[in-house]
Design a protein around this ligand. Structure first.
Ligand code: DP6
Length: 401
């Protein structure tokens, strides 16, 4: 091993958030550039509960690009990682040739990347969005790149382009073949709707579902419903969703969110062979939400599901405590209370007999492993404290990562 001189290393650490779509992205028109068949819209979740942390370093002493994910060295030659590295280096080169000398980190230097999530991969939350957003954001800081980072993150994983911003974010599908207009834009900031709350219901799953990349590929090839959705449903829904968010109208927001999740899963069923992401527990959550809303004659809670059985619940501050109590009642955890709810604190309340009777679904003990309670949050941030770097002065992962 050649000697690494710590004087020659530049290092940056950043964090990036998870996002959960309320208008789903499903299907590409270009696999290489990752261009979608429809626009989508998501809510950025708060990094206090869910985030990726990434340290990037470059040095003239590094022999090759290397990456460690959640403590394990991975292959840096994966095409999507290579796309992000190539694009960032291209943007940095362009900036320098435009005469901006703001960073002197040489583009010929190799990089080391080390990344960890603060949530278990087993939670089944798509970590690729936060992961690629964090990689791209950190590299942009290391090489002094400005400009639209969502275009770069998109080439790592489609949904990652939305994690470049906080608050409420749309990914405009764009029309151009080179993808230059397929980018994310913030619709509203994270402080726009402070009452909005998010619960991730982590469902115990027996097996690993079909990955979204290959799932959506089969859907594009076989589902006519996908084409119908892309051409004639999503454009109108994007406008309605943006309006609901701007008006902070939960009933409209929640109803559209549920309908769009259901349409995405209908496309999965219309795919041949069909793809099943929801399981019995997911379906029980769907019934429970509808019965809860029905009881109050109002949409107070909404569900959405991605490429797996976990439910993400959107609700408002006023209802979150009662709804969590309802979930605990119908999905009694192994040891009641305690660590069942992680994240933002939830108070215990007593449920009326009326409400329990009105919901009336069969109980499913331990159907939900735990709940992550969170809210809307900001976009990627730089970590100032050098003690928090994940790479040591030798450019290798510190022992604890
Ligand atoms: C169901 O962004 O993971 O979560 O672009 O192939 O990496 P690739 O797919 P990915 O797909 C996410 C699909 C989804 C819906 C969404 O987030 O909009």
């Amino acid at each position: 091993m050649p000697k690494i001189n710590s004087q020659n290393i530049s290092m940056i650490t950043c964090t990036a958030p998870v996002n959960i779509a309320v208008i789903k992205y499903w299907g590409k028109r270009d696999e290489g550039l990752i261009l979608p068949v429809n626009s989508s819209l998501s809510v950025t979740l708060h990094q206090d509960q869910l985030k990726t942390t990434t340290t990037v370093a470059c040095s003239r002493d590094f022999q090759e690009d290397r990456i460690w994910l959640n403590g394990k060295e991975e292959d840096i030659n994966q095409p999507r990682l290579q796309s992000c590295l190539r694009e960032i280096r291209r943007l940095a080169r362009k900036r320098r040739s435009d005469g901006d000398p703001s960073t002197e980190n040489s583009l010929s230097h190799r990089v080391h990347v080390c990344s960890v999530n603060n949530f278990p991969t087993a939670a089944g939350l798509a970590s690729s969005a936060a992961g690629y957003a964090c990689l791209v954001y950190s590299l942009s800081r290391l090489f002094g790149v400005e400009g639209d980072l969502s275009l770069v993150a998109r080439q790592g994983s489609g949904s990652a382009c939305r994690s470049i911003y906080g608050g409420f974010v749309q990914w405009k599908m764009g029309e151009r073949q080179d993808g230059k207009d397929s980018l994310a834009e913030q619709v509203e900031t994270e402080s726009h709707w402070p009452e909005l709350r998010v619960l991730v219901l982590v469902v115990s799953a027996e097996r690993k579902p079909v990955a979204s990349t290959s799932g959506m590929q089969t859907s594009v090839e076989t589902s006519r419903l996908l084409k119908l959705r892309a051409d004639s449903v999503v454009p109108g829904r994007m406008e309605e969703m943006i309006s609901a968010i701007q008006r902070r109208n939960f009933a409209d927001f929640g109803e559209l969110t549920m309908k769009d999740s259901n349409q995405f899963h209908a496309i999965c069923l219309d795919t041949y062979p069909p793809i099943f992401y929801l399981n019995d527990i997911s379906r029980k959550v769907i019934s429970l939400v509808h019965r809860y809303n029905q009881h109050y004659q109002e949409t107070r809670v909404a569900y959405t599901f991605d490429a797996g059985p976990n439910a993400v619940i959107y609700t408002l501050q006023d209802y979150v405590h009662e709804f969590v109590e309802v979930v605990q009642h119908f999905f009694p955890p192994e040891c009641n209370g305690g660590e069942f709810v992680k994240g933002l604190p939830i108070g215990r309340v007593s449920l009326s007999e009326d409400l329990i009777r009105a919901i009336g679904v069969e109980t499913a003990p331990e159907g939900i492993s735990y709940i992550i309670s969170t809210k809307v949050g900001p976009g990627p941030c730089m970590v100032e404290d050098p003690n928090l770097h994940l790479l040591g002065p030798d450019g290798l992962p510190k022992k604890s990562t």
